[in-house]
Design a protein around this ligand. Sequence first.
Ligand code: DHB
Ligand code: FE
Length: 458
Amino acid sequence: MALDKPYKDVPGTTIFDADQSRKGYWLNQFCMSLMKAENRARFKADEDAYLAEWPMTDEQKAAVRARDLNWAMRTGGNIYFLAKLGATDGLSFQQMAGSMTGMSEHAYRDMMIAGGRSPEGNRYAGESGNAQGPAAQSEAWKEWELTHQEALAAQILGDHAARQTAGADATAGHARITASVYTSHVPAIGAAIDLGKTGEPYWQPLFAGYEPSKKWMEENRPDVVFLVYNDHATSFDLGMIPTFAIGTAAEFEPADEGYGPRPVPKVMGHPELASHIAQSVIQQDFDLTIVNELQVDHGLTVPMNLLFGSPEAWPVKVIPFAVNVVQYPVPSGQRCFQLGQAIRRAIESFDAPLKVQIWGTGGMSHQLQGPRAGLINKEWDNQFLDRLIAEPAELAKVPHIEYVREAGSEGIELVMWLIARGAMSDVAGTGPAPKVAHRFFHVPASNTAVGHLILENQ
Ligand code: DHB
Ligand code: FE
């Protein structure tokens, strides 16, 4: 199902959405670099040499050299980023905006003084207003189009073929959530794997609990894992605290949390599905933060090891989804449960027959601070597992304070499990209760009670 993009037929206008952002990523990041005086000086001294440092397309570089903003926008540029280039040349926003209209600087300024451009005839493509014409083109852009006609034709053919394939996929089906997986994510589990200690008496019972999971995963491997986890002051410090952040990049490096990066493969993303989910979920009124630069910490990599072992490369693509459970206010269980339902609708409206699992990680009971450190509440944890399976909507009503009192201050990580549970088909009313493929509980791993569930959609 195509996403709602009603802005496609506004004349003379390019809306900067996820598709444009992906296309223009390095062009826009290059523009950002011009916010440093030292970089502006280097760029002005030798444009070609400076541009050579950026992995932009040749066309983007040509558009920059030509200072053709319409052309730059066509290749994915956004005006607030491109404005850094204009500012480097000493241009005002009025000069930059006017340069894209085909009018002279004076005529544009006079139009603004006379009250600005009228929306009459300029609301829809094909009306008779004065913004309906093709974008003004610099001589350099015209020449580029002439000399690249073959490449452009090939691109149009390619786009057509891609659309046809997408069309074929659409008839083949849409993405589906096949199962949800829940697990704790203690860093010491990662250290035990990395240091070859999994067979030691302390660790053996814990890893034994995940043997059936790895076997299940071999038989039920998805194409993509939508992995809900929390960032532990790793990619997000106090400079930025997004409540819900979706990773839309092509890859994510394992972070150095102070011990050196874990020796695990880098995580490969799924930018198209992630952008689709971002757009769909935001259109369902959940305001996600979109993240293109993200290093993933133990919250993500330890669950990957527990379910996939230690392969050379991870066998699935992963969409990291980070939830703030560090600085209060953190999202409520209710909000997480509703968000899971929105994520399900987003995934199942993606026109490709992908098998997607959604994971909820973190928890169970643990407290890592103060005189109450070490708190474990087996009874509460097991009741949480029971209720997550059987009555998640009721469980979602539990307030934060109960998690803190009963499961310890860091036990609040468990709210993330409700996102995964909310995405299951019984919650949407489109399927029966999920099958419990595996359940495991163990105390302790470091300071934590470890809980694990696999629920299959029927
Ligand atoms: C521990 C558990 C966590 O969830 C975490 O993020 C850090 C440490 C622990 O039990 O040591
Ligand atoms: Fe944690």
